[in-house]
Design a protein around this ligand. Sequence first.
Ligand code: NDP
Length: 287
Amino acid sequence: MTATVISGKEVADDIRAALREEVNGLKQHGILPGLAVILIGDDPASHSYVKGKIKGCEETGIYSEVVYKEAAITEGELLDLIEAFNENPNIHGILVQLPLPAHISEKAVIDKIRADKDVDGFTPVNVGNMLIGNDCYLPCTPHGIIELIKRSGQEISGKHAVVIGRSNIVGKPVAMLLLQENATVTIAHSRTQDLASVTKQADILVVAVGRAEMIGAEYIKPGAIVIDVGVNRAASGKLVGDVQFESVKEAAGYITPVPRGVGPMTITMLLKNTVEAAKRLAGLPQQ
Ligand code: NDP
């Protein structure tokens, strides 16, 4: 069997086209969705992610404001910057690009972002609301993964989903969203014993480990949906996922590539949350 490749890029393009129309409509009502991005230091990967987010804003007509600060910025200065965006009526979404320099508390920074402008879905208020199924901004990568599975035409309900990874930004929230979609969910991590025996039960396998091409065909149940979240730079310089794409493609039913898989969806869900935030803050009904 050769898997169907789920193109995150194509799905993301469709959603962005719809967003562009929605933003145009909002502009006619005098509402211009605005995203503020704060980037600290000179990490090349962070700069590249921010570039992608700004490009996404340009494509969809969302106003964006990027503030670049040197790594020496104090925590207090960063918190003041966030506070200014909290109060700025032209800004509906605030994103602080992670990771932060070691002297700045990630918790303090996330806590400072107003929950109704937290378009990354990282604040405790949003995470709590997601957990109990309340209306909230869903975290972008997990939300993008759910959309990708749904738009591939595959049912989630009743399937056994295995998530490898339990980070706060990917593993835990995607497991929670899969549960809300009525999957039976198993979360595996670095202490899981006999990982392959667990993953071979997965109808849906989400891999968010951060280890280049760790998952080969021997981990896959034939016909499974395999979502590769990993973004790793191989020794050759090539961008690769956590999954061995070529061999797993021969065992799985559906598979996402890297690049052009989960990555474009993450940014697209951020844009979607920003548009929702603009509607929410303007008192308009949301989706
Ligand atoms: P983290 O490093 O925070 O988490 C990795 C998880 O993998 C941990 O829970 C860890 O377990 C688990 N793990 C590590 N080694 C093993 C192993 N040998 N067997 C089983 N589990 C293991 O990573 P993130 O969740 O932040 O990111 C994961 C990957 O996804 C990275 O490559 C990252 O770049 C990528 N990513 C991609 C995004 C996109 O938009 N495409 C967005 C966000 C992330 P334990 O908890 O026990 O240590």
